[in-house]
Design a protein around this ligand. Structure first.
Ligand code: DGY
Length: 381
């Protein structure tokens, strides 16, 4: 096992917090400093194992901030609770790496960081869509290799998106922001699939459509699909935004890939296992016109054999939320979750969480996913 280095801030602080990776900015550290907590940050970029995190928790630890690359389950929550810990925050909005039932069993609050990633992740999802549609990476590689010998009528023909149909699977915060960006940006018709209707999104598209008509332009449509299959068959672009759980693992499999148009564009910036990567590689090998943009992979950081060689796939290393503003905001929310719970604050209930980035944040923990399950009072304003 490698020897990990930990940097300690405020060694004589009244409570001990461990943070398994260095986080951007310093606002999050100030949050802990202001309440006189000791903070220990692992300075290694290695993905920590469960036993390395357990050793860091040791005999006394009040709270922790962990990463989506770590499995926070029975092992770690029992260790944290035995060390006196009451609060954990994932440094991510997604928390499929966290066994919330295990945290509930040990009375540990679990936080996440929604609301500060929405636009940033949407921007990357749109970027992947355009890069895949217009073959940007392929063309860039071609250019750098010195293969460009002059303008040609059919050099790197791609897909035109204007007035086509975008399909969004999972119309939560990010899915609906992406839907609006594609509808407003490229006047695409929207079809979405979600277990719940998204009335706010539907109303927004309706209002945009009325605006278009008022300018003498064709309206756009918005439909909630009755099945994933219906959406896949109707869409030119499909973007995946579901949470990862047992019902969405391999949501996109051989059968569903075959339902898509042969020249469809498939984008995934949610979680890798939503796509059966082996089926995807085979499909892309067979259908050169089918294009894909991936921010996430089934077995990160590994890529499925064959994926790297595919010219019709654009791949980036899970960076959809990677802007300084967002990553600093995520750090602020994660620290506010842990500090808020340890100070006995209630759990914030409003959808808008950005007030926690301002100078006088509310006396609440911004996003605790198991507040009701473990009896944390809810914030009332
Ligand atoms: C998340 O927050 O869930 C993203 O995948 C990383 O920012």
């Amino acid at each position: 096992m490698s020897v990990l280095e930990w940097r300690t801030y405020n060694p004589s602080g009244s409570k001990r917090i461990i943070v398994t990776k260095e986080l951007p900015g310093d606002r999050w550290l100030k949050i802990f400093h202001e309440v006189n907590f000791r903070v220990e940050v692992c300075t290694s970029t290695n993905i920590l194992s469960i036993s390395e995190i357990k050793s860091a928790i040791a005999d006394q630890c009040d709270g922790a901030i962990g990463q989506l690359t770590e499995k926070w389950g029975e092992d770690l929550f029992s260790a944290l609770a035995a060390a006196g810990g009451k609060a954990y925050s994932n440094y991510a909005v997604g928390y499929n790496n966290v066994d919330v039932a295990a945290a509930n069993k040990h009375g540990v609050a679990v936080g996440n960081t929604p609301g500060v990633l929405t636009e940033t992740t949407t921007e990357m999802t749109v970027t992947l869509t355009l890069a895949a549609a217009r073959r940007v990476v392929e063309a860039d590689t071609f250019m750098r290799a010195g293969h460009y010998t002059g303008w040609l009528p059919s050099l790197f023909l791609g897909e035109r998106l204007i007035r086509k149909t975008v399909g969004v699977v999972g119309a939560g915060r990010i899915g609906s922001a992406y839907a609006r960006a594609m509808v407003e940006g490229f006047k695409m018709d929207l079809i979405y699939y979600d277990l719940q209707p998204n009335i706010a999104l539907e109303d927004y598209i309706k209002a945009y459509s009325v605006f278009l008509e008022s300018r003498g332009e064709q309206p756009v449509s918005c439909k909630r699909a009755s099945s994933v299959e219906e959406l896949l068959q109707a869409s030119n672009v499909i973007s995946l935004h579901p949470v990862l759980n047992e019902t969405t693992r391999h949501l996109i499999n051989v059968t569903r890939l075959n339902l898509m148009k042969p020249n469809a564009i498939l984008i995934n910036a949610s979680r890798g296992p939503v796509i059966d990567e082996s089926a995807l590689v085979a499909h892309c090998q067979k259908h050169q016109e089918f294009r894909v943009g991936l921010d996430v992979f089934e077995d990160e950081p590994r890529m499925h054999h064959g994926l790297a060689e595919l010219k019709n796939v654009v791949i980036v290393p899970h960076i959809a939320s990677a802007t300084s503003w967002t990553r600093q905001g995520m750090a602020t929310l994660a620290a506010s979750n842990v500090a808020g719970i340890l100070r006995g604050h209630p759990a914030w209930q409003n959808y808008d969480i950005t007030t926690f980035l301002e100078n006088s944040p509310p006396n609440a923990a911004p996003s605790i996913v198991n507040a009701e399950a473990i009896g944390i009072p809810l914030y009332r304003n």
